[in-house]
Design a protein around this ligand. Sequence first.
Ligand code: GLU
Length: 317
Amino acid sequence: MNKPVVGRFAPSPSGYLHMGNLLSLLLAWLDCRSLGGELIFRLEDLDPARSKKEYSEAMISDLRWLGLDWDRGYPEEPQYAQSARTELYEAAFETLRRRDLAYPCWCTRAQRLAAASAPHPGERDRDPGCPCAGLTREERRERLTSGKAPAWKLRCPDEKVRLLDGHYGPVEQNLRRDAGDFILRRADGVFAYQLAVSVDDALMGVTRVVRGRDLLASAPRQKWLIETLGYPAPDYCHGPLLTDGEGKLSKRLGSLSTQVLRGQHRPEEILGRLAFLAGLIDREEPVTAWDLLPDFSWEKVRREDVRFEAPGGPANT
Ligand code: GLU
């Protein structure tokens, strides 16, 4: 029997939804619904300093207004918010630590940035970018008792991870050389995105991860973490990004936030514009998400990024 399909919405409430977020959520919805799957809403409010209730409420209201529904999760089930899942991340983190796959790192943010992509090819035992990777057991113990709380990093294996992205094709990454050791837990105790998202996708039984292609490079790390924790990895399928001509849309871009566009357009106009720009329909016209479903296919979805203009403006592709 085929495994049941489980997809997810996983927005971070660190700003209002913009059209780029919305395109990824629309693709996740179409993918999951077209496969007859169950769709989860997980709130990625991992970072307490950046997450706001005002944003999560606006996101939920926007998705409902647009007719993008889900089957379980936040807000009815508060355990689908990452802020309520710390114990689960803690357990996974302990598993990695026990297996000597995590090490404490006292580097400053500036040191870390400087070292970010510098692992030397062929170096086997430590990430040369991080001096903390090579500390002896005694040195580590001494520093751990010295008072300054460390961040914790994953000791990346010198191992190739391969996956077949459903839209962009084969991806291959040597974790140590191409990704490098990465943060699992920050010095302030907050768990990092890569760990949390992997634990959540694993424990929630997610089988389809659909999101923007800016996260494609993270997929091998997540696949490896999920499998290392003993779970089957989901299928990954990334979609194009929306740009404003200068780069990827960001949450700070007020004018293309769903909240603003909601005041000016009907939901069908917004979905029609997004669907047209993404390649899902040949002619721009108002549509509901359900209208798009019968003919949905990843083959139609563009691979190159899409320049967005609000409905009514030029469809500048
Ligand atoms: N929470 C992330 C975001 O809003 C998405 C994470 C994911 O889909 O893996 O950008």
